[in-house]
Ligand binder design. Structure first.
Ligand code: ATP
Ligand code: MG
Length: 311
């Protein structure tokens, strides 16, 4: 079993409109698609598509909370959300005919201390029945920056593996508990280390620095250029073949989901990297977020290159 943590769940609404966004006017929406949103839920869909058992943890409340649960039910994904008093937020992405994307993200109501304590209890038993836990995205208001550090400490106390994919203060604080794997992109890494990274050499140096903090698997994702994996076995660069990207949103989450699956199947680091690059690249070829076609993935997997670049 793999548990995915999504503290900032939302109902994601994609509005397709004709022409362009025109501020101060009324616009008709041509098409509206609702999705169970939050990065950890993308991870959950990917794990499920890879054929592993998954359960989604997080907070859900009100009518929107019920709606998110229903959408996950339709996808056949188990969820054990901690019920909160406030309504789960909505996030709106306006996709205009001119190719622009304009997002409005609700802040979400603050989580209370009592709700957080209930979540910690739920999380402890969900960890007990899992081999790998993923933690993704930001946290709602009301929670301390150390919230992920607390979760990682619990996972490690139980001797399980944990992947942390977040940014800013949540990453900074979470790292103090030394997760099994992190997956920053270059921007997140630069913000964390407070430096600019100009080339692959510097990227490797930054990855090694994090590895030296004790993190066993440091993955640095680089979009169409694939990803670097820095671990005890060595440093590897996994590259997808050239492909037609349709929607790269959620590629990072797809990579996290695939690594969680590979970890639960005790794959070697090289095998895990090739698989994660193939799954995430197949997600880029799919219109949906956190979705892929098995045929695309299999075909890409046969053409992924994994180069060992340094000992
Ligand atoms: N255009 C693309 N073509 C092929 N593979 C891609 C493409 N974009 C992303 N990928 C795959 O997805 C992985 C993760 O992508 P990326 O580095 O963009 O993550 P990210 O910045 O964390 O994204 P997000 O957080 O928005 O999901 C890459 O390492 C690569 O394997
Ligand atoms: Mg990301």
């Amino acid at each position: 079993m793999i548990t995915t943590v999504t503290l900032n769940v939302s109902v994601d609404k994609a509005y397709k409109i004709k022409g362009s966004v025109r501020p101060g006017t009324v616009s008709r929406v041509e098409e509206c698609t609702n999705t169970a949103g939050g990065k950890g839920l993308n991870v959950a869909r990917i794990v499920d598509l890879c054929g592993e058992e998954v359960q989604a943890a997080g907070f859900a409340g009100g009518f929107n909370g019920g709606y998110v649960r229903k959408m996950l039910d339709e996808d056949g994904i188990q969820h054990q959300f901690t019920e909160v008093k406030s309504e789960t937020r909505s996030c709106i992405n306006i996709l205009a005919e001119d190719g622009t994307s304009t997002e409005y993200l609700e802040p979400g109501a603050p989580v209370t201390e009592e709700e957080w304590q209930r979540f910690l209890q739920d999380f402890a038993w969900m960890t007990e029945n899992s081999s790998v836990i993923t933690i993704s995205g930001s946290a709602p208001q009301g929670l301390e920056a150390e919230c992920y550090k607390t979760l990682i400490e619990e996972v490690k106390r139980q001797g399980k593996q944990v992947i942390l994919d977040t940014s800013g203060v949540y990453l900074e604080e979470g790292l103090k508990a030394v997760p099994t794997m992190i997956k920053p992109n270059q921007e997140e890494l630069e913000a964390l280390l407070g430096t600019r990274i100009q080339n692959r050499q510097e990227l490797i140096k930054a990855g090694k620095q994090l590895k030296n903090w004790g993190i066993p698997f440091v993955v640095i994702s680089a979009g169409a250029d694939g990803a670097l994996l820095i671990c005890e076995d060595g440093i590897y660069h996994g590259r997808p073949p050239k492909l037609e990207a349709v929607n790269p949103v959620g590629c990072g989450d797809s990579m996290v989901g695939a690594f969680a699956v590979a970890m639960s199947r005790s794959k070697t680091p090289e095998e895990a990297l090739a698989f994660a690059v193939a799954v995430s690249a197949a997600n880029a070829m799919n219109e949906g977020t956190g979705r892929f076609q098995s045929e695309d993935m299999e075909q890409i997997l046969g053409n992924v290159s994994v180069e060992r670049i340094q000992d």
